[in-house]
Design a protein around this ligand. Sequence first.
Ligand SMILES: N[C@@H](CCC(=O)N[C@@H](CS)C(=O)NCC(=O)O)C(=O)O
Length: 223
Amino acid sequence: MYRLIYFSSPGRAEAIRIVLDISKLSWENVIVDFSGYSEMRDSKKLPWGLLPALETPSGTLSESCAILRYLGDMTYLKIDDEWQSAKVDECLDAISDMSNILTETFRINNIDEKIAARKKLVDSGGKLSNCYDLFCEKLENSKTGWIAGTEKPSIADIKLFSDCFGLVSGNYDGIDTSLLKGRDALLDFHSKISVIPEISSRYEEMQDDPLRWVYCQNAFSNE
Ligand SMILES: N[C@@H](CCC(=O)N[C@@H](CS)C(=O)NCC(=O)O)C(=O)O
């Protein structure tokens, strides 16, 4: 039995949840609040003191990208070619860097300042806007439509799906779906990946979920 421990939000765990579904492993989605997390951290149960963490028969694994690689290798998402696999890692790290840009705004307490800082990131020329442009460019240049140019989807595609669309759910003040406007390559990518059976069935009842509606098929059909 595998146990994924994280907060209730998609955050750094949602891509892992999708890969766990794809893996067909038997797993438990363990949701903790901040006090549950603090208890685990203080009792040294977390390898690096942070979540997500995956309890496995071999021990506890931390770091979201390491967990994705470990689980992805047990599924059809595994890429055997070494070069292609390195390009998948490259994409994973680049997508993580994109998500970390937003993390920098979490420490701003004043809501107006927080929104202003985020607006700057998503406005044309802003750091997040540039990342989204780059993702579109990569998708447009990919012969297969998968972000790392692999023949089949990889864990990098699952992370792109979870992080890029997770950002525009409305959960983050100052950021909304306008970040996708005109970025047709990303919208096409959404249509392509959201029909993967394990993804469509995971989200099929979540159209009204404030955080996860972005992962439903046709979520952006009006964009
Ligand atoms: N590089 C780590 C970052 C993990 C991380 O920052 N986790 C956050 C939640 S998204 C956390 O545990 N925060 C608790 C805290 O800092 O008190 C990963 O990708 O797993």
